[in-house]
Design a binder for this molecule. Structure first.
Ligand SMILES: *Cc1c(COP(=O)(O)O)cnc(C)c1O
Length: 389
């Protein structure tokens, strides 16, 4: 089976992890700050806070922005459930903005319309989670402008987008948002096995997230509410969690970051070849924003079903039967049973639903060979054809 995504681990990665195992610290040592500094320097952010997953990063990002009971968080329906669940963790309510049919990202025009209506109904969002689907950046300039106008805060869920650029700057630079989140799950671009990171240029948000990732406990006197009893003293000043990243994970991350540019470059080579090889097939290839450089976590095609005699499911199943580990990113979040129970119906976001009925993620990972890519194309040709299998 050719998987849709796969980590690339080299000897240097293995050596880096082994070195930590033989050191004094398995957690809370020097590697986590080293990894944070490396990512922050690379993307041009002031602060980076490593945590045990992007889901945890989204949670503490929402809390740091003051999201609470009765507030609204808005995001796109075409994302992993974690982009929405972080709002529910904070007691907030979640709503969605339909996608743009060309970029598959949250549509800024629909956002503007929904905000105008929400303003009249006095239910404006406090936080918007902008997801850079497949690594393709959202129209952050437009979203940021709306944020200024309607007073909401912005989290970029850049789980797919490390190493990508928007208008000449690395995603994570924070020019158009409050906090950016990366994921280091093995299918993503850079991995730490499990892991995530929250980046911000705000000292205050960084300080809050730092507290929240480790029990709300501090040894920093400037954060304490009264004088320490003695040198042993620590103080719990907030209700936090244990969301810390281990030294083993951070060492892997430091080592992987050396190859980030090469990883993304290889993904772009593969995408160009896919674009070329798929040009004459009844599928829509991913649109690339002229102002941006995608991280290309995913390569999503949409079937032109009017020109194909098979249906979406048949094409998908045929690919799997032929050993191609295709996937579907994503089942619209608002159609999940947990969200349906909140009153959403599938038709609430028609572009998201139309996308879901046509989308297939083809294999895309840095270690993919040209030969494997040809196999994918041949399997797809066969899956799309009327005859056989
Ligand atoms: C993978 C992913 C997450 C969650 O990342 P974890 O590190 O697994 O918690 C969140 N949002 C998006 C868009 C993702 O793809």
């Amino acid at each position: 089976m050719i998987p849709y995504g796969k980590q690339a681990i080299c000897q240097a990665d293995i050596d880096a992890v082994l070195e930590v195992l033989q050191s004094d610290f398995l957690t809370q040592g020097p590697k986590v700050p080293e990894f944070e500094a490396k990512v922050a320097d690379h993307v041009g952010a002031k602060h980076a806070l490593a945590v045990n997953s992007a889901t945890s990063a989204l949670h503490i990002a929402c809390l740091a922005l003051g999201l609470e009971d009765g507030d609204w968080l808005w995001t796109t329906p075409i994302t992993f459930v974690a982009s929405a669940n972080c709002g529910l963790y904070c007691g907030a309510k979640v709503d969605f903005v339909d996608i743009d049919p060309q970029t598959y990202n949250l549509c800024p025009q629909k956002l503007a319309e929904k905000l105008e209506q929400a303003k009249q109904e006095d239910r404006l969002p406090k936080v918007l989670v902008a997801v850079h689907l497949s690594g393709q950046p959202c129209d952050m300039e437009a979203i940021h402008k709306l944020g200024q106008q309607y007073g909401f805060r912005i989290i970029e869920d850049a789980s797919h987008a490390i190493g990508g650029k928007y208008k000449g700057e690395f995603i994570g630079s924070g020019r158009y948002s409050d906090i950016t989140v990366f994921s280091f799950h093995p299918v993503k671009i850079v991995t730490t096995a499990e892991g995530g990171m929250a980046l911000t240029n705000s000292d205050e948000l960084a300080s809050r997230m730092n507290l929240l990732r480790s029990h709300g406990v501090t040894r920093d006197q400037s954060l304490m509410t009264h004088e320490p009893d003695g040198p042993w003293y620590y103080q719990q000043v907030d209700l936090g969690f244990n969301y810390r990243m281990t030294e083993l994970q951070a060492a892997l991350g430091v080592s992987q970051m050396d190859r980030l540019d090469a990883f993304v470059a290889r993904r772009h080579e593969l995408a160009k070849r896919y674009d070329h090889l798929l040009a004459y097939l009844p599928v829509t290839t991913p649109w690339q924003h002229p102002d941006s450089y995608s991280g290309l976590h995913l390569y999503v095609i949409r079937l032109q079903l009017d020109n194909i005699s098979r249906n979406h499911r048949q094409v998908f199943e045929s690919l799997r039967e032929q050993g191609i580990g295709v996937n579907l990113h994503y089942i619209p979040v608002h159609t999940q049973p947990y969200y349906q129970a909140m009153g959403f119906t599938a038709e609430d976001f028609p572009e998201a639903l139309a996308y879901y009925r046509e989308a297939i993620s083809l294999p895309m990972f840095q270690g993919m060979t040209d030969e494997q890519q040809k196999e994918v194309i041949n399997a797809l040709k066969s899956a799309l054809s009327t005859g056989g299998g």
